[in-house]
Design a protein around this ligand. Structure first.
Ligand code: UD1
Ligand code: MG
Length: 459
């Protein structure tokens, strides 16, 4: 039995008032449609189809790598949800079940979708429904006794039907052969002049096919995004869930309402996170890690006992960033891709590190740049010093041996090596290697001009 999943994503999303197609707007750092695709992919369907229309090319290229085997079907023009699924018919495998999801209802869980497919069982029409305090705008589930008879759209509903609180969430699972037959019978004789997918319910009832309702574990799974306000509301609900999950694991969040995860965050024991932090991509925090307020951390591993002080920006991008045990970073530090800090390394304020390794106990505490550098143990790298790693065409490495001391305001012109235990005098610009164990200084000697007088204002 084949499982097809059809995700409707062709609608315009007028209320977003945006030139970006609605389903490409981001929730927790991922496009709305990507969330739905990820949930669908967990069911391992035989066919995974997205119906695109409005902004089709943009959606297609943004989602080209969204899932293995994802197929796109074009719906042009967009004549309603029934018409959307009709466009996917040639792609549907038989016999089996077709699950229909919405590209703008991002938080559907794979478990709920699976339960809907199970309720269908290859022979029933299964609808995902919820009871809402305010059902305005939704299709109503019309029952006779316990049996579902039809879905009536809000705009077509009578006053008494509008009292019904049980609504259709836009998701259903149907036996594929039946669905194809029903889709061929739809018409657009209704208040909106559209081909309604929801009309398949009455067709199923007329044929004596059983119609059943399944329900999501949580209302959040069926909330759609139609406006920036709804997007922000869903984002906060999602973030609250992430916060609660982490707190249940023992993570101490200063304020779960001021906390954002846009990816995966895994934490050891006794992790503390202050307010206003954003975690992106894949971030791992070891035991006892403390993150100060207003840090942004992406694709990074931070080892046990490290402290990241306020306003630090860590971006591992594709290469990642590693921060060693009991290292101290920030405030106002910037760690870029390929940074690896050993244990007990100190990186202070306004220090930028890129594609560099600092071994155990090395320190760069103030206003410095380390790019493409290999820094030994216990090195002290002075305030205002930089590695000049780029000659305008190529990048070169700087190697600084164990126990070296680089004074303040030095320029190390790469490629160059500072030997073990070397001392570089403050203010030196060096383009050749500095030998181990010795003092190297490269700066003009101070001159005192005897009898010199400051100019005075002419009267
Ligand atoms: C639909 C349901 C309604 C349900 C509600 C839940 C129908 C007729 N009505 O109404 O019963 O309560 O969802 O949110 O199905 N789309 C296309 N092509 C189109 C039209 C829509 O791909 O031609 C897509 C949209 O991008 C969206 C989804 O289908 O992802 C739902 O369309 P929308 O216009 O939001 O339907 P509603 O009127 O909300
Ligand atoms: Mg809608």
């Amino acid at each position: 039995m084949a499982l097809n999943v059809v995700i409707m994503a062709a609608g315009q999303g007028t209320r977003m008032k945006s030139s970006l197609p609605k389903v490409l707007h981001r929730l927790a750092g991922r496009a709305l449609l990507q969330h739905v695709i990820d949930a669908a992919a967990r069911l391992q369907p035989d066919r995974l189809i997205a119906v695109v229309g409005h902004g089709a090319e943009q959606v297609r290229s943004a989602m080209a790598q969204a899932a293995e085997g994802l197929r796109f079907v074009l719906q042009q023009p967009q004549l309603g949800t029934g018409h959307a699924v009709q466009q996917a018919v040639p792609e549907l495998l038989e016999p089996g079940t077709t699950l229909i999801l919405n590209g703008d209802v991002p938080l559907i869980e794979a478990e709920t979708a699976r339960a809907l497919v199970a309720a269908c069982d290859g022979r029933r029409l299964a609808l995902l429904t919820v009871h809402l305090a305010d059902p305005t705008g939704y299709g109503r589930i019309v029952r006779e006794g316990a049996a579902v008879r039809a879905i009536v759209e809000h705009k077509d509903a009578s006053a008494s039907q509008r009292e019904i609180r049980e609504v259709y969430t836009g998701m259903m699972a149907a036996p594929t052969a039946h669905l194809k037959r029903w889709l061929a019978q739809l018409n657009n004789d209704n208040a909106q002049g559209e081909y309604y997918l929801t009309d398949v319910v009455a067709l199923a009832v007329a044929e004596g096919v059983e119609v059943v309702a399944a329900h999501p574990a949580d209302e959040i799974e069926v909330l759609g995004v139609n406006s920036p306000a709804q997007l922000a509301d869903l984002e906060r609900r999602w973030q609250r869930r992430q916060a609660e999950r982490l707190m249940a694991e023992g993570v101490r969040l200063a304020d779960p309402a001021r906390f954002d995860v846009r990816g995966r965050l895994s934490c050891g024991r006794d992790v503390e996170i202050d307010v206003g932090c954003v975690f992106e991509g894949h971030v791992v925090l070891g035991d006892g890690v403390r993150i100060g307020p207003y840090c942004v951390i992406r694709n990074a591993e931070i080892a046990a006992g490290a402290v990241i002080h306020a306003y630090t920006h860590i971006d591992g991008d594709a290469q990642g960033v590693k921060v060693g045990e009991a290292a101290l970073v920030g405030p106002f530090a910037r760690l870029r891709p390929g940074t690896e800090l050993g244990p007990q390394v100190h990186i202070g304020n306004f220090v930028e590190v890129k594609n560099s390794t600092l071994a155990r106990g090395a320190k760069a505490n103030h206003l410095a740049y380390l790019g493409d550098a290999t820094v030994g143990e216990r090195v002290n790298y002075g305030a205002g010093s930089i590695t000049a790693n780029y000659d305008g065409a190529n990048k070169h490495r700087t190697v600084i041996g164990n126990d070296a001391h680089v004074g303040s305001n030095c320029v190390l012109v790469a490629p160059m090596t500072v030997g073990e235990g070397a001392t570089i005098g403050a203010g030196s610009t060096l383009s050749k290697d500095a030998p181990a164990g010795q003092l190297t200084v490269a700066r003009a000697k101070a001159v005192t001009v005897a009898g010199w007088q400051r100019p005075r204002k002419t009267p």
